[in-house]
Design a protein around this ligand. Sequence first.
Ligand code: GLC
Length: 650
Amino acid sequence: MYEQASHSLLNEILIELKPEIGKHRMRHFYTRLGANFYAIHSLFRLLYGDRPAFKARMLSLVETLASRDMERAPGLRKSDLAREKDYNWFLSQKWVGMALYCDRFADDLKGLRANLSYLQELGVNLLHVMPMLDCPPDNNDGGYAVRDFFRIDPRYGTTEEVESLAATLKKRDMLLALDIVVNHTSEEHEWARRARAGEQKYQDYYYVFPDREIPDHYEETMPEIFPETAPGNFTWDAEMGKWVMTVFNTYQWDLNYRNPAVLIEMVDIILFWANQGADILRLDAVAFLWKKLGSVCQNEREAHLILQLMKDCCQVTAPGVLFIAEAIVAPGEISKYFGEDAINAKECEIAYNATLMALLWDAVATRSAAVLGQGITSLPNKLERATWLNYVRCHDDIGLGFDDNDIRRAGFDPHQHRRFLIDYFTGRYPGSPARGLPFGENPKTGDARISGSLASLVGLESALESGDEAAIDAAIRTIVLLHSVILAFGGIPLLYYGDAIGTLNCLEYLADPAKAADNRWMHRSTFNWNKAKKRHESGTVEQRIFNALKKMIALRKEVTAFADFDNRQLLNVANPNLLAFSRTDPQNSRNRVLVLVNFNDAAQPLAIDGLRGHGFFVADGMRDLCTGERVAAENDSLILPPLSCYWLTD
Ligand code: GLC
């Protein structure tokens, strides 16, 4: 019955579509619209069914899809078709990503195009360029406070240069991922400026209130994201004479998706960037898309409906384009951004594995895999056609967002354990070699996150300062073993731009008043090309890290068992310092790898009887893919060197 109503609405809309759209040859568009319309209509009705002019809004949404479809270049249409056929293409082990800032890595888009060889040398073939859109020069949250969604910051270049970058990448069989900041705009965005000037239409794009009554009500349950620099979730705008919701910084105004016009604008923006050649769109801060009084205003059901709607719209116009969910939330909530009760992702195909990332840092501090192993056991399953983005560091702070129960199961008190982790990484814990800083410390709750570059957090900075060779070696080994996990775990590994050459903390941001209060800038340094050159000098720190990662990346691409087809099994080993899991090629079960990691700084024994039950070590030894050497047990025990990792095959 409802399906029929949906069908007739589709017919009415098609008749009403602007004549020029109707005339255009859009065979695939009509097929894809037909296939997705029921879902789009149902979701739109769930979200906006009670809003006036429902049908006109639906028409406007379909018009948006059609207009952007007309613009889609032939090359992109071709890749849409190819990816529709080979729909699991992104689950392959062949993809290895890197996130970088265009300006900090290579000044601008031209520079970036000219320096792709650095990525290729390492084996990286998925490039996530951090946001490049027009932002105010100072209050920009590293590009996440967008002033104009259709304009590249002129310091980086032009939209045409993004297209050229995408084309160059395509020729080299590389992928481009771009950010879409869906949750908020800069206070200088045209919508915000017009809202400020009193236009009701644009005040309705945001959460705007005349007095504190509703904001106070919201504040009762909303946590603070940047408690030190931007306490509270509302900002008084003197010009507008009203309060506006600003969950992140005071200059980032939260968009109000209760207004269908906002959704339609954002779908248009998504499709615009899909049309410039992005293969993947990283949707920023998606957990925050829907605010509800009396709740924490994160992970609301409607946030998921909005993402489903965005995905379905993208399926119509740019079906080859994938979404990454940037939802740094509790482990049980993250996987919901793939979509629930489905096989294929119906929201985002890829999600940041923030849980694994935080657990890895736990293993670094404790030098044990006790909490890590528990946390991996409780990681929610992903959908079949979906995958994780596995990372060690990124441009943000490290939130210790794993489950208290996993900490308890590993034998620790959650509160004390988190306190220990913060003390450890900020160097307050006696003997800790880490050089991080606390980020977002909230005196009201005692919570804190951690800033710092990978190398400085694992002790490379302090080791270099003291010239302690053993400590330098330990830091390098730690960097390598953390990457060995993200490369072998299942999912797309995402490296962070300075990490392959051991980039240390950079304190230059302190001299810039616009950045000084946000210590995440300490791990967003300008890429040091002189340091990078040392990757070719034998025996340097840079060479030792770069070569090890390069080798593992090349190996990963060869090992089909590393593709992500729910083919990982965590193996119970009696020694809590060790992590052990197997990866098996679902097409050929003889093709498998045993991953063993020792997080401890002392050599660790591993009893192999347990592994025999899984079919490993039945012969006299196994071969380590990374070194090519045979690894054999003695007296049924294998000794893993300090801070080491093995990828073993028969
Ligand atoms: C995301 C970004 C972060 C930014 C925030 C607000 O979490 O990764 O850098 O501050 O969104 O846009």
